[in-house]
Structures are given as structure tokens and as C-alpha cells.
Design a protein around this ligand. Structure first.
Ligand code: DX5
Ligand code: ZN
Length: 251
């Protein structure tokens, strides 16, 4: 399943992946059904441990529960201090793609963690926060399927998009043309096209979907904005975009 799911993600890109952070946790099955009806190509699951980031979300039981009700690829974003300790349980719970944060590891650990996750038969990604230089992931770029460029500091939904990270996308797109590139944080109708133009394949979206009543129309709007002809709007790449208003809100 997992390798096929990774191929489905790859062949379905560019794609928007809704983030299960801004959803209604009291109605997960309903959320899943609304997103499936809207035609999403995969789900992004934000796992936080209250240590690596100052927020706590969910773990294997939610991943396993969603897995029982969907065949959609499950893209699990591990914002946790010890990713390898939870990799196997997450794979057993049904994750198809596991992404760990480079900041959670010592530099010499990253290649081993990437290789160990890959050995488990799933896709593997490495994530970097906005202030983390691209050079920190050089040692594992040949071992991962995906690089997740964070456009907000990991931990909370609803933060403002930081346009300075677009340079990382551009640089990776040129140096590693076949690597999947994902962006996460503050993606909306204004920011999705600059990210696409910078070479991004997968767009994680929380607020811009879950704050809308109609997920299908939110998704169509984002897809249209991503594919729009013409130049990107200038997001002011020397500073944070500050395009969203409800910064730092919790889940
Ligand atoms: C942040 C999470 C994101 C976030 C996206 O740590 O990884 O997935 O929830 O939400 P928005 O789109 O609201 O920034
Ligand atoms: Zn995420």
C-alpha cells in the first residue's frame, strides 16, 4: 500500500493536502467524508508531542482510525522529538509517508533515520523550519522522497506565510528535479501560486480549507489560484508575508 500511495501522491501532483490540525476533531468521520467528496488526493496529519513544538495533537490511534475509513494516502508530519521511536508504530497505524524534522536530530543521525524509515516500506520526508538552512539536510537528500519546506514555524495553524522560504524551493527544484517538494503553513489563495512558481509539488492547507463552509469550492479556488496564468504577486521576500490575520491561534 505505502509504495503505491507514494506513487499516487507523486503522479497526482501538484496537489493540495488538507491538514488535520484545523479540522473538527469532534467529527473526524464527517470531515473525512467531506474532504473525500471534495476530491482531495491525500491527507496531511500533524503529529505534535508538546516537546519538539509547544503544542500537543494526536498519535497512532487517530492515524489508525482514519486509515480504517479511507484509502487516501496518509502523509504524516512528525513534529516530535524522537521520530525514529514512533516511526514503526506510525507505519503499523497506516502512514504512507513519514516526515521527520531535521531540527529534532543531530546532523549525523539524519541519514540513518531516513534510511530506517525507508526500510519500513513507506515514503520518507525531511522537514525544515523557516530559519533552518537547506545545508542541514544535504546529507539525507539522496535518501528521502520528499522535502517539506515549512513556511511557518512548526507548531500551530493559522500563522502568516513566510515568503523568504521560497528560495529553498527554487534551489531544491534546480538541484533535485525529481524530489517531491512540499510546503506547509499559511498557504491560501494569495500564497499558493508563488509557491507553485518556486517549484512546489504538494501544498498543505489548514485554515484556507477548514475555515470555509464548502470544502469542494475552497479546493477548486486554491487549484485555480495555483494554476493561474501570469506572474506571481510580490510577497516581499525580505520579510514575512504577513498575509493571514489569525496568527498563532491554537488548533
Ligand atoms: C503547522 C502545521 C501545518 C498547519 C497548516 O505546524 O504543520 O500543517 O496546520 O495550517 P495553516 O494552513 O492554517 O497554516
Ligand atoms: Zn504539517
Amino acid at each position: 500500500m505505502a509504495t503505491a500511495a507514494l506513487e499516487a501522491i507523486r503522479s497526482g501532483s501538484p496537489a493540495i493536502l488538507p491538514s488535520f490540525l484545523r479540522c473538527d476533531f469532534g467529527d473526524l468521520k464527517g470531515e473525512l467524508s467531506r474532504l473525500t467528496d471534495a476530491g482531495v488526493k491525500g491527507l496531511h496529519l500533524d503529529v505534535m508531542d508538546g516537546h519538539f513544538v509547544p503544542n500537543l495533537t494526536y498519535g497512532m490511534p487517530i492515524v489508525e482510525g482514519l486509515r480504517r475509513h479511507t484509502d487516501l494516502p496518509l502523509d504524516v508530519h512528525l513534529m516530535i522529538r524522537d521520530p525514529l521511536a514512533y516511526a514503526k508504530p506510525m507505519v503499523e497505524a497506516g502512514a504512507d509517508l513519514l516526515t521527520f524534522h531535521i531540527e529534532a536530530l543531530r546532523p549525523d543521525e539524519a541519514p540513518d533515520v531516513a534510511a530506517a524509515v525507508k526500510e519500513m516500506g513507506v515514503g520518507v520526508g525531511v522537514a525544515l523550519n523557516p530559519e533552518t538552512p537547506l545545508s542541514t539536510v544535504t546529507s539525507c537528500l539522496e535518501l528521502v522522497d520528499m522535502v517539506l519546506i515549512m513556511s511557518v514555524e512548526a507548531g500551530f495553524g493559522g500563522q502568516a506565510f513566510n515568503a523568504t522560504v521560497l528560495d529553498k524551493l527554487r534551489s531544491l527544484r534546480v538541484s533535485h528535479p525529481s524530489l517531491l517538494l512540499q510546503i506547509d503553513g499559511g498557504i491560501d489563495l494569495q500564497t499558493i501560486k508563488p509557491a507553485r512558481d518556486a517549484g512546489c509539488d504538494l501544498f498543505v492547507v489548514g485554515s484556507a480549507i477548514f475555515k470555509q463552509d464548502d470544502y469542494a469550492s475552497a479546493l477548486r479556488g486554491l487549484e485555480a489560484a495555483m494554476q493561474a496564468e501570469g506572474g506571481s504577486i510580490d510577497l516581499g521576500e525580505n520579510s514575512s508575508g504577513n498575509l493571514n490575520s489569525d496568527q498563532g491561534s491554537n488548533i
